[in-house]
Design a protein. Structure first.
Length: 82
């Protein structure tokens, strides 16, 4: 345990993931620029974690319907899914 200190020599999974997705050559860069523009705000980066055997959550909206999208949500699997 390093007391919560960041080891500058260790790779940073979050920074690497953001770079891979939204960096100059990121796989989602063009989509982000077209939907949000470069003036748009990157508001949240979160993880969903489930315990083995937990119940599935039903599909649901987090916000009510709007004609103009107030935000976009992207889920990216960081493990193999089937």
């Amino acid at each position: 345990d390093n007391g919560g200190q960041v080891d500058e020599d260790e790779p940073h999974a979050v920074a690497e993931a953001l770079q891979e997705l939204l960096g100059t050559n990121g796989s989602l860069r063009m989509l982000y620029e077209n939907l949000v523009t470069l003036q748009g705000e990157f508001y949240e980066f979160a993880a969903l974690v489930t315990e083995p055997g937990s119940q599935r959550q039903t599909v649901h909206p987090d916000l009510p319907f709007n004609e103009v999208a107030p935000l976009y949500v992207v889920f990216i699997a960081l493990q193999d899914v089937n």
